[in-house]
Design a protein around this ligand. Structure first.
Ligand SMILES: [Ca+2]
Length: 140
């Protein structure tokens, strides 16, 4: 079961265009590629944040939503540039419930501080790479 949440235009914390998955959250897949920083700002402007994956079930939702698009950003990065990957809220990646890396990832010791989603697992990319991205809203 799923539906689109529709709020009045101009509503402050509008999650218009977000798709609701009961038990998981509200998600929007942005198909226009952006840098990690811009993607962060865009999600924030929508009253949301770059999406954080908390389970294999949630990863399966992302896989379906991003089918045909490579490597969308999720809300995980390496803010101290020391390979200590954390969510955009500062939580350790290991505490999110989904910390599976793709084979061979993370592989960027020099400039790859931001994390993308791939159906086979997470990977790191340079922050200024422009790729699609997921925003997540709501309290779930
Ligand atoms: Ca990488």
């Amino acid at each position: 079961m799923k539906f689109f949440l529709v709020l009045p235009p101009g509503s402050n914390s509008s999650l218009e265009g977000y798709e609701f998955f009961p038990g998981h959250g509200y998600y929007k897949f942005h198909k226009t590629p952006e840098s990690f920083e811009n993607a962060t700002k865009i999600c924030r402007s929508e009253g949301a944040h770059l999406a954080i994956i908390n389970s294999d079930e949630e990863a399966a939702i992302f896989k379906k939503m991003s089918q045909g698009y490579a490597a969308p950003w999720v809300g995980v990065h390496d803010p101290e540039k020391n390979r200590d990957f954390r969510t955009v809220f500062g939580t350790p990646l290991s505490a999110t419930g989904y910390s599976k890396w793709m084979s061979g990832q993370p592989d960027g010791p020099k400039n790859q501080y931001c994390v993308y989603f791939h159906p086979d697992g997470l990977g790191d990319n340079p922050y200024d790479s422009k790729v699609t991205f997921f925003c997540e809203g709501g309290n779930l």
